[in-house]
Every structure is written in structure tokens, then in C-alpha cells.
Ligand binder design. Structure first.
Ligand SMILES: [Ca+2]
Ligand SMILES: [Ca+2]
Ligand SMILES: [Ca+2]
Ligand SMILES: [Ca+2]
Length: 627
């Protein structure tokens, strides 16, 4: 497979089209007119005002670039695999009436050999006489002749070969299929043009030689003009004689007839097929003529019940759009934990690109992440960078620094020229770290369209080897200190007489501090002797250095034993217990101590939910000489 031929001659191509229109202002052109394209049963350029496949192959990737003329708006020239290394259709689901998602492909030799595609190609032109979009298509066969049938899809979606025998992409209403038959003698016997409409009968016949009839002129067969039309809907030609392979433009034409594949300088009879369709007639004036990919195929017949054989598929960027989104790294700013310790600030850049030759209109951008409401997620457009290829939308259509609404389309450019892109710069605050989300871009190929005809999306996913997501550094840490409270006598231990005898009365203060950058929830304090009351079942500590709300409710530390919440342990405050004997039953009063250990734990509000823990011990001496 090849990528589409890069259009390096747009300026001259446009000039040629204008010149052609200026020279032939009163002459009705059409899909069958050789002044636009030579549907003549060969691939060689005659030197006239219209192109042939030689002009297209000249500009393919790796082509020689020797011919000045190439009037195509966009073109593609695909070199297909041969024999056992070729990918072709397989399976019962590979039918015209089934969605692309039901088709299957496999690597194997095509049977019979007459269905072996060597190359497939397509090109789009503007008909200057009526502004219709004309699309031409063709293929060469690398196997011996005989009756054969072809099909050509123009997809709105980007269809390509996927993994495990599947295809990537799907049908879209408006996809076009042209099937054709060519029979002994090289004559085209049948052309059918279908439009994908979805539903139970997804293929709608737009034009067919079986119902409307056709006319043969030389090697060219055209459908008779439809009612109300002055030019044919579609034409096709095949070589009824041996014609040259136009080297050096063509990539090697290999042919097999019983033996091995051999490079030929001529196309044998009926191995070259070319056709064209008036797309504007197919879809109607004013409707979208946007297509993103092209497929040429061989098949058992032109009927929609045919078994599908070989195919070649590639991009056909008649109009196209892509969107990407990535987190912007801005140290200390993005991504970063906000001062509240529970949310993360992230800047994102959404890049909407137009890789095609045509202009996109009314470029819109939609956030599909759940924003606002009770979730606390907020994204705002900080700015739009238009670059040289974009023109601004009305300022009211692009509200800056305003909370975006999920699912609402915001226009970010009035137009986006071919081969250019724009950036939408966003700032988001969310409870997620990293904030994984999805964006959608929409645009039109004609400003007159009621609805966008190009819709693309991009999702930032975790762990998919694409560095588009980023997470703020979350550093949850908790600290605890435990101190003996000195009583009025200046001692840390008081002896009190109780009904059960003399006891030591000992008081502590315990201070738990959040020393990290994230809020700590559900503070848990365990001290077996004093059973401290932490002040509720769900006590939270805000990040270090932040104090929100009234004292004692939203602070970064909690002083246990401070009964009146004035921040200090006053006389009579503290967490106390009575003991009948010193720790370890020490008998020497000089060495006697009363103490134990406190353990704390709390759960970070962001990042890993593993509780943070710490502990402290304090021992209060009976005689005050040591601690
Ligand atoms: Ca031709
Ligand atoms: Ca020709
Ligand atoms: Ca092939
Ligand atoms: Ca193939």
C-alpha cells in the first residue's frame, strides 16, 4: 500500500484548471471528455489538456516527476501485493451489502489469477464547465485475461487493513460503490453506481446500465444520460488491444500466465481498466463530496451478490481532517496539584489538522468528557492559534476562559486551508490525575452544508505508549509528634490518690500534620492508652501550608488534646491516662517513665489511595530529670 501521492503541483494544477475553463468556457465537458481525463483504454498521456494515469503515476511516491501536467485535485496510485504476499478478501462477510466491519481479509494468492490486482489508482477533477466533481478510478490485472469484474469504493471514513483479518473503518452514509463488468473482446458490458444509505437495504442504485442502458464509443462505455442530465453519470474503458505500460512513470507491471511473474512492457488484452463517475450527479448539487479513502477490487461479477477477490486500499484525501490532543508540560503549572489538594490543573493542546488539498469550513471542537455538574471538572479555552492556514471564527462562537459544556460544539475557525492546522489551547481543573479524556473535531467541506460532514475524535488513554497524557506529581506525606504535657507543678507526671490507690497521671499532646501537596482524608489516630478523639469520623487535612476555612475545620494540622481549639495546650488540656505502675515496671524512681506510641494514618485524595502512615513515641519521666 502507498500513502496518497503528495500534491506538489497544486499551484500549477489550479492554474491549468483555470486555463482550461478559460479556454473552453462554452464547451460542456463531462466525465467522458478527454479534455479532463482520457478514458481511452490505455494509461498513456496523449499530450492533450486532459490527464491520463501516466500523469498520476508520474507524481506517485517514488515516481519520476517528469511530466509537467497533473490537474488532479487529489490522486492516489497504489502498488498492490502479488501472489502469496498479497492481501485479498476472504470469508462470507465480505459482501457489498455488509459494513466494512464485517469484511475479512487474508494474505494469500488470489484465485483465479485473472483477479490479481497489480496497481489501483484514483484521481479527482473539477469540471470547470459545471463545477461538478469528477472522480476517476482504475486498476491493472497481473493475471491472464478473460471476463472479469471490478468494484471501486470511495469511502468517507478512512478505511485500511487492520489486524487479525479485519478492516479499520466503517461505512458512512454517502459512500459510493461503482461495479463494472468487462467481457471478451475488452468491451465494458455493465456499469452500476451505488450509494451507501444504511438500513436494511444499504445500497441504493443511483445509475445502472441494466436499467438505463449505455452507449459504446471505441473502448469507452458510458451510461446513458439520466433524466434531467445533459452528461453521463459514469463511463469506463478497458484495453481491447495491447497497449504500452507507461514507463518510467509506472512501477513494475508484473504479469503471470501459467509461469512466474514477469515484468512486461505492454498491458495484455483486457488487463487495464479505467472509469470515471460524476460525483456531483451521484450525490446531488450542494451535498458533500468529501471522501477520505479509496478501494479498488476484483470480484466474480458486477452484481452486489458477487464474491469479492483482491483489493487495494489507500487514502484519498479529497477532504480530510485529523485531531490530536496532548497534555502540555509546564513545570509547576501543568500538570500540577492545585492548592486545594484535591484537584489537578492541566493544560491541553488540541491540534486540528487538514491534511487534504481542500479547505475545511466551520471547524468546531467538542469536549466529550463529563464537565461541570457535580463532578467539579472544568475546561476552558485559553486561546486559539490559527497559524497561517486558518481564519478566525466569530469571537462569540469561541468563548475564551469560559467553562465549556460537555457535548457542545464551539467553533474555533471559520476556515482551515489545505495542509494546515490550528491549535486550541485549553486549561482544565479536574479530580482525575492524569485527566484522561476525549475530544471531537467537526467541520464541513462546504459552508452551505447543514451539518458537519467530517467528524474525527481523539482519546487520551493511559498506558498506550503515546505520551499524550501526563500526571501531576502527588507527594502525600503525614507527620505526627507526641509531647508530654507539663503540669502546674512543672512536672510531667502527677501522682494522684484514687480509691484504688496511688496512680500516676500523665498527659500528652499529639499533633498530626500534612506535609505533602495533597489533601489527606479519613485521619485515623491509634494510641492504646489514651484513645484520642480525633474530632469526628472523617477528618481531613488540607495540603501543607494551606489553611482553608475556620480554624480547626480545614487546616494542614490537627492538635489533639487542644480542647478549646486555640492552637495551644492550655492548663488542664491534653490527652491523659492514669497508670498504677511505670513502663516495664521499673522500680528505680529516677528511671521510671510513663509513655507509649501513637500511630496515624490517612488516605490521599489524589493518586494512589494507599494510606499514608507515621508514628511517634513519648515517655514522660516520673522525676523530671530526663525525657
Ligand atoms: Ca486512459
Ligand atoms: Ca491515453
Ligand atoms: Ca494483488
Ligand atoms: Ca491486494
Amino acid at each position: 500500500m502507498r500513502i496518497p501521492v503528495p500534491r506538489t503541483r497544486n499551484g500549477r494544477a489550479a492554474a491549468c484548471v483555470i486555463a482550461l475553463g478559460a479556454l473552453l468556457p462554452l464547451i460542456a465537458l463531462s466525465v467522458s471528455n478527454s479534455n479532463i481525463f482520457e478514458l481511452d483504454g490505455d494509461a498513456s498521456y496523449s499530450g492533450g489538456p486532459g490527464d491520463d494515469w501516466q500523469n498520476i503515476a508520474d507524481d506517485r511516491t517514488g515516481g519520476p516527476g517528469l511530466i509537467a501536467q497533473d490537474n488532479a485535485l487529489v490522486s492516489t496510485f497504489l502498488t498492490d501485493g502479488l501472489d502469496a504476499t498479497d492481501t485479498g478478501f476472504t470469508g462470507g462477510g465480505s459482501k457489498d451489502v455488509n459494513d466494512v466491519t464485517q469484511w475479512q481479509n487474508q494474505m494469500s494468492a488470489v484465485s483465479p489469477l485473472k483477479n490479481e490486482i497489480g496497481h489501483a489508482f484514483a484521481a479527482a477533477y473539477n469540471d470547470p464547465s459545471n463545477d461538478h466533481l469528477l472522480v476517476y478510478f482504475g486498476l491493472d490485472r497481473s493475471g491472464s485475461g478473460g471476463n472479469a469484474a471490478t468494484g471501486f469504493w470511495f469511502f468517507k471514513d478512512k478505511v485500511s487493513v487492520g489486524a487479525n483479518g479485519k478492516f479499520i473503518g466503517k461505512h458512512t452514509v454517502g459512500d459510493i460503490l461503482i461495479t463494472s463488468d468487462y467481457v471478451t473482446g475488452g468491451k465494458i458490458g455493465e456499469i452500476n453506481v451505488f450509494r451507501w444509505v444504511g438500513g436494511a437495504k444499504p445500497l441504493q442504485v443511483v445509475g445502472s446500465s441494466s436499467t438505463g442502458g449505455g452507449t459504446t464509443s471505441g473502448d469507452r462505455f458510458c451510461l446513458n444520460n439520466a433524466s434531467g442530465q445533459t452528461t453521463p453519470l459514469a463511463c469506463a474503458a478497458s484495453n481491447s488491444s495491447v497497449v504500452p505500460v507507461p514507463y518510467p512513470q509506472w512501477s513494475d507491471y508484473l504479469y503471470k500466465d501459467g509461469g512466474a511473474f514477469t515484468k512486461l512492457n505492454n498491458f495484455p488484452l483486457r488487463t487495464l481498466y479505467e472509469g470515471g463517475v460524476d460525483l456531483t450527479q451521484v450525490v446531488g448539487t450542494g451535498a458533500s463530496t468529501c471522501f477520505a479513502s479509496f478501494m479498488g477490487m476484483t470480484r466474480t461479477s458486477a452484481s452486489t451478490s458477487a464474491q469479492l477477490k483482491d483489493f487495494a486500499v489507500g487514502d484519498f484525501g479529497l477532504c480530510d481532517m485529523s485531531v490530536a490532543k496532548a497534555c502540555v508540560l509546564d513545570p509547576g503549572v501543568s500538570p500540577a496539584v492545585n492548592a486545594d489538594g484535591i484537584s489537578v490543573h492541566t493544560k491541553f493542546k488540541v491540534t486540528i489538522s487538514n491534511p487534504s488539498g481542500g479547505t475545511l469550513r466551520d471547524v468546531q471542537f467538542v469536549e466529550t468528557a463529563s464537565l461541570g455538574g457535580t463532578s467539579g471538572r472544568v475546561c476552558k479555552i485559553a486561546s486559539v492559534s490559527l497559524g497561517s492556514g486558518g481564519t478566525a471564527a466569530s469571537p462569540t462562537a469561541t468563548p475564551l476562559n469560559t467553562a465549556l459544556v460537555t457535548g457542545t460544539a464551539y467553533e474555533v475557525a471559520d476556515s482551515l486551508a489545505g495542509h494546515s492546522s490550528i491549535d486550541v489551547n485549553l486549561a482544565c481543573d479536574t479530580f482525575d490525575n492524569p485527566f484522561l479524556n476525549k475530544v471531537e473535531a467537526r467541520s464541513k467541506t462546504a459552508a452551505s452544508l447543514a451539518e458537519p460532514d467530517l467528524i474525527r475524535s481523539y482519546e487520551i488513554k493511559a498506558d498506550d505508549d503515546v505520551a499524550d497524557e501526563c500526571a501531576a506529581t502527588v507527594s502525600p506525606t503525614i507527620n505526627v509528634t507526641k509531647t508530654c504535657v507539663t503540669n502546674l507543678d512543672g512536672n510531667k507526671v502527677s501522682l494522684v490518690n484514687t480509691s484504688s490507690g496511688m496512680k500516676a497521671h500523665v498527659c500528652f499532646s499529639i499533633e498530626v500534620t500534612n506535609t505533602g501537596n495533597v489533601q489527606l482524608n479519613d485521619l485515623f489516630v491509634a494510641d492504646p492508652k489514651i484513645a484520642p478523639d480525633v474530632g469526628g469520623t472523617a477528618v481531613n487535612l488540607v495540603p501543607a501550608g494551606t489553611n482553608l476555612g475556620p480554624a480547626g475545620s480545614s487546616t494542614d494540622s490537627k492538635l489533639l488534646g487542644d480542647t478549646n481549639h486555640n492552637g495551644v495546650i492550655d492548663d488542664g488540656e491534653g490527652l491523659c491516662f492514669d497508670a498504677t505502675a511505670p513502663d516495664s515496671n521499673v522500680t528505680n524512681p529516677e528511671l521510671a517513665e510513663f509513655g507509649n506510641r501513637v500511630d496515624v494514618a490517612a488516605v490521599p485524595a489524589l493518586g494512589n489511595a494507599t494510606p499514608q502512615t507515621s508514628f511517634a513515641t513519648a515517655s514522660c519521666p516520673l522525676c523530671g530529670g530526663h525525657e
